[in-house]
Design a protein around this ligand. Structure first.
Ligand code: NAD
Length: 462
């Protein structure tokens, strides 16, 4: 039995960041993690491995489609799938061991195993009961699955199985045109799979600014992804290693079937809280299974807190990290805080898509008068040189005050470009503030400045 100021359950981006900040602020901290490596879903089977595969296949695509135009001749590279997998595993290993190093550096104890909370102030791992003043639940999420579509992680897979497929499928059916479906769909399309995405709604990426979503779909279709929209998938069966899907076209009610070598179920994730003993403790959950917390991440049970995918809000690693830092600061007597209005969202396809703040649809619904500054990457010299002229930057600003309300980017390095707008929004900036900030030439970031200029007297290169 050992006593801590804080025990964090779960070593994903929410949990490990919370632990590190709490240790930096002088707390005695332990983290319980049952996986063999630290980093949670993000580092082991999510963000990081998928980015490795996106990078590898984007490089392949560049070699196939742009190298010759730049005078880089020779045969295009082939795909050695096991070596690509080994590269991905090495990237995972470098990152997870990096967290283990940070734990040592910050004197954080890693309690290996799966945690249960028998009573407030106690965390049980195997036969050991550890005590702590504060307990933080940072147990993340798991694939939500779909009734009638039995996942076997071989033929019908979640994102976890898709990352370790033993061979590249000739035909891949993806259920759900959300972030996971489109990122992994891009990977396999570039590896030569025929990719079909079935989406329940009439548009891809629900919640995204509609103009960006439409352009995104057009660009992905050009890259070879086939979309069947308004398709409610009802079930799947597997015979002889091949899957058959049944779906209903919502407009007509027509029942359809399609078959594929592999089916990826990417229909969302749900909080992962099984085994913690929350029912017995009386911790309040929402109807969606999220742990209910107040503005300070406290549950209804004294001394038990929760952050990240296990609570409400977007299921994003960086949202969890920010909550982890804020909560560690609160527990150390400071005033931690997360500004949910400036959390960016990024889809790491090529081109990338990045958004922050409100969409045009949200502003219209709210009756908020706004103006739009738009700039195409075709007008950006650097993008043209790099075969990256597809896409645009769109900045939405208050019609009367010019204050930036949101930004939506589809284009090269969108996931990096979005952050100058996040910072501007944190400072309550007007579009003119961005427009009057000198941006180095030639960079992609000039497209952001041009969109800001377009909110005023006009962009220069449009
Ligand atoms: P999602 O919620 O982004 O998309 C799921 C899609 O599946 C929706 O478009 C939904 O309409 C569709 N769908 C649901 N049921 C269906 C059915 N029966 N038939 C057809 N379509 C159906 O979920 P996801 O892509 O699984 O991602 C899960 C979570 O992980 C999300 O919160 C996402 O933000 C997060 N994530 C983020 C990143 C990133 O930030 N780059 C990457 C991966 C995952």
């Amino acid at each position: 039995m050992s006593a801590y100021d804080l025990i964090v359950i779960g070593a994903g981006p929410g949990g490990y960041v919370c632990a590190i900040r709490a240790a930096q602020l002088g707390l005695k901290v332990a983290v319980v993690e049952g996986r063999d490596t630290l980093g949670g879903t993000c580092l082991n089977v999510g963000c990081i491995p998928s980015k490795a595969l996106l990078h590898a296949t984007h490089s392949l695509h560049a070699a196939q489609h742009t190298f010759a135009k730049m005078g880089l001749t020779g045969p295009a590279p082939g795909v050695d799938w096991p070596t690509m997998q080994a590269y991905k595993d090495d990237v995972i290993g470098q990152n997870t061991t990096g967290i283990a190093f940070l734990f040592k550096k910050n004197k954080i104890t890693w309690i290996k195993g799966w945690a249960q909370i028998p009573a407030p102030g106690q965390v049980k791992v195997a036969d050991d009961v550890h005590t702590a003043r504060h307990i933080v639940i940072a147990t993340g999420s798991e694939p939500a699955g779909l009734p009638g579509v039995p996942v076997d992680e071989t033929t019908i897979v979640t994102s976890t199985g898709a990352l370790t497929l033993t061979k590249i499928p000739a035909e891949l059916a993806i259920i759900g045109a959300g972030v996971i479906g489109l990122e992994l769909g891009s990977v396999f399309a570039r590896l030569g799979s025929r990719v079909t995405v079935l989406e329940y709604l009439d548009a891809i990426t629900p919640g995204m600014d509609a103009e960006v979503a439409r352009n995104f779909q057009r660009i992905l279709a050009k890259q070879g992804l086939t979309f069947i929209l308004g398709a409610a998938v009802q079930g799947a069966t597997v015979a002889d290693g091949r899957a058959t899907l049944t779906y209903t076209l919502r407009k007509t009610g027509a029942e359809q079937t399609m078959s594929a070598d592999t089916v990826l179920v990417a229909t969302g994730r749900r909080p992962f809280t099984a085994g913690l003993g929350l029912d017995a403790l009386g911790v309040t959950l929402s109807p969606r299974g999220q742990i209910v917390t107040d503005a300070y991440y406290a549950t209804n049970i004294q001394g038990i807190f929760a952050i990240g995918d296990a609570i409400a809000g977007p299921m994003l690693a960086h949202k969890a990290e920010d909550e982890g830092i804020a909560l560690a600061e609160i527990l150390a007597g400071q005033h931690g805080h997360v500004n949910y209005a400036t959390i960016p969202g990024v889809i790491y396809t090529s081109p990338e898509v990045a958004t922050v703040g409100q969409t045009e649809e949200q502003l219209k619904t709210a009756g908020h008068a706004y103006k739009v500054g738009r700039f195409s990457f075709m007008g950006n010299a650097r993008a043209k040189a790099n075969f990256a002229g597809e896409g645009f930057v769109k900045i939405l600003a208050d019609k009367a005050t010019d204050r930036i309300l949101g930004a939506h980017i589809i284009g090269p390095a969108a996931g990096d470009l979005i952050h100058e707008i996040c910072v501007a929004m944190e400072f309550g900036a007007a579009a003119e503030d961005l427009a009057r900030t000198c941006h180095a030439h030639p960079t992609y970031s000039e497209a952001v400045r041009e969109a800001a200029l377009a909110c005023g007297d006009g962009a220069i290169h449009a």
